[in-house]
Write a protein that binds this ligand. Structure first.
Ligand SMILES: Cc1cc2nc3c(=O)[nH]c(=O)nc-3n(C[C@H](O)[C@H](O)[C@H](O)COP(=O)(O)OP(=O)(O)OC[C@H]3O[C@@H](n4cnc5c(N)ncnc54)[C@H](O)[C@@H]3O)c2cc1C
Length: 497
């Protein structure tokens, strides 16, 4: 590999200001590299964007901050304190699950209330909460040690001992079996396994290791940044600017020039050539391979994609005080809905939906007396053999969801909508390049995690790196922060700053 002149700093061009791109820019700038970041949109954040209308503010994607330690680590790595950039508050209860039989379950980090809530659904099971936490705690801490390493060497994947004694078999076993070992009530089993949907995979076809997600919620809690989730990318952007990162917004990369096994320049939509020593693609990985390199995504089998979502942003001129900040309606036939979403790639009749009313914590997100409702309905990603026509299906799902919201208790909501916006899988393709309209990147089955997930450096173009949800370790804000940590470590090992 060519070494840059010792008198010059190695120049890195990061493509994309998603959380992965922003965090990589921070880590690389802090390590002494000269960093330029090119983003096609006019704001940072990618999926963690913002939509404002009629005095309402909506987070466009993520709504739950989990695993706060990943955020603290990043700021500490730059000698800063997260609290000086963003004001995070804990939402407790984290959320309320609504079951079709009318019963509910509140997830909380308060141990005595958690035990009470579990007892209410399954008398006698409260005593088993601590066993569940202990077992999933081992998965969580071992899992973090395991994924916080670069995985381009198959031996790293084999070293399952990093998970800790006895946890390997549980991690690779079946998630539902793990849940059944602790709780008999199906609602509780759903309450501690549905979190795999955050990764866009079915809780009925997930390895046990994902039990760590419920652990992260119970033990670490769910947080929210005052001012909205978009404060997180803004905080990263500010930190990067302090470290010297140069931001180029409205700059879409449309091609990569190659010469002798290296990337030499990125071409922009407006005809510029951006040169650098190293390139880091935070643009969606399968899209980057297909559109910028003309190559197939390097997965073990045919690439398999996570599911998608239909999102409704509804500004309403009344309050629904019965809602918590986070609410989830679980359908009685969750297993069936998952089979439709993940196997048959069809829109289920009554998919689970998730409803966020961030004014509970942050009243400034809507005008006085109003609510900014964010509704997430799970949807399939596209099957290229039978693509769904979202131009007609999207409005149908929207209408059906509004009916369901009224049945759910949001009386007369349709009469109170002041502003609205509909996002379908097509939006994910148009806005982020997702080849199948998937919302959460490549899926996280055993054949696409660890060593088997596309690596964070191109096999042949050794100055082209990847960061974000479709490379190691995967989807979700904390995972993407870890992806930036792994990337920076690898770059530092390859080429000095
Ligand atoms: C609806 C939804 C809800 C979610 N909820 C949560 C949650 O509650 N908690 C959680 O932790 N995670 C959640 N996630 C997951 C999380 O949001 C993502 O995993 C994470 O934001 C992905 O970050 P990224 O950096 O990989 O990519 P992205 O956010 O996709 O960023 C990629 C960036 O690259 C830019 N780009 C693409 N192509 C180009 C190009 N050619 N030139 C220049 N720039 C380009 C894009 O514009 C974008 O800004 C959610 C995701 C979705 C979709």
């Amino acid at each position: 590999m060519n070494r840059p002149s010792p008198t010059l700093r190695t120049h890195v061009l990061v493509i994309g200001a998603g959380i992965g791109g922003l965090a990589s820019a921070v880590r690389l700038a802090q390590a002494g590299y000269r960093v330029t970041l090119a983003e096609r949109h006019d704001v940072p954040g990618g999926r963690a964007g913002v939509w404002r209308s009629e005095g309402f503010t909506f987070d466009t994607g993520p709504s739950l901050v989990m695993m706060l330690e990943c955020w603290h680590d990043l700021f500490q790595s730059a000698g800063r304190r997260l609290e000086d950039y963003v004001s995070l508050v804990q939402c407790d209860p984290a959320y309320r699950l609504h079951f079709t039989d009318g019963s509910t379950f509140e997830m909380t980090s308060s141990m005595n209330r958690l035990v009470d809530n579990v007892e209410r659904l399954e008398p006698g099971a409260g005593a088993r909460v601590s066993e569940w936490l202990a077992e999933t705690g081992r998965l969580y801490h071992g899992g973090l040690r395991f994924i916080r390493r670069n995985m381009h060497n198959p031996l790293a994947m084999m070293d399952i001992r990093a998970l800790g004694p006895g946890a390997g078999a549980t991690a690779l076993g079946d998630l539902q079996r793990l849940a059944r070992r602790h709780f008999r009530d199906e609602r509780l089993q759903q309450a501690i396994t549905f979190q795999t949907l955050y990764l866009g995979i079915s809780p009925y076809r997930s390895p046990g290791v994902y039990g760590l997600l419920a652990h992260a919620e119970m033990a670490g809690g769910i947080h929210y940044p005052m001012g909205g989730m978009h404060q997180l990318p803004l905080a990263l952007e500010r930190l990067g600017a302090e470290l010297g990162v140069e931001y180029l917004y409205d700059t879409e990369i449309t091609g990569l020039e190659r010469d002798a096994g290296r990337i030499t320049a990125a071409r922009t939509a407006d005809g510029r050539r951006l040169t650098a020593d190293l390139f880091v693609a935070n643009s969606d990985l399968p899209w980057t391979y297909q559109a910028l390199l003309g190559e197939k995504t390097p997965t073990l089998l045919e690439p398999s994609f996570s599911c998608s979502v239909v999102l409704l942003y509804l500004g309403v001129n009344r309050r629904y005080p019965q809602l918590l900040h986070h609410n989830l309606a679980v359908t009685s036939d969750l297993r069936d809905s998952c089979a439709a979403l993940f196997q048959r790639r069809e829109m289920p009749d009554e998919p689970p939906f998730y409803l966020v009313a961030s004014t509970r914590t942050d009243p400034g997100q809507a005008p006085p007396g109003c609510e900014n409702l964010f509704v997430l309905v799970l949807a399939p990603s596209q099957d290229p053999r039978r693509p769904l026509d979202w131009s007609t299906l999207g409005p149908q799902v929207e209408a059906r969801t509004i009916e369901r919201l009224e049945r759910f208790g949001l009386t007369d909501i349709r009469r109170h909508i002041v502003t609205r916006n509909l996002v379908t899988p097509d939006t994910f393709t148009q806005r982020y390049g997702n080849l199948r309209g998937e919302a959460f990147g490549l899926d996280h089955g055993l054949s696409q995690i660890g060593y088997f997930r596309p690596h964070n450096r191109h096999r042949r173009h050794k100055n082209l790196y990847f960061v974000g949800q479709s490379t190691h370790p995967g989807c979700g804000l904390p995972m993407v922060l870890i992806s930036a940590e792994c990337l920076a470590e690898r770059v530092r090992r390859d080429v000095p700053a």
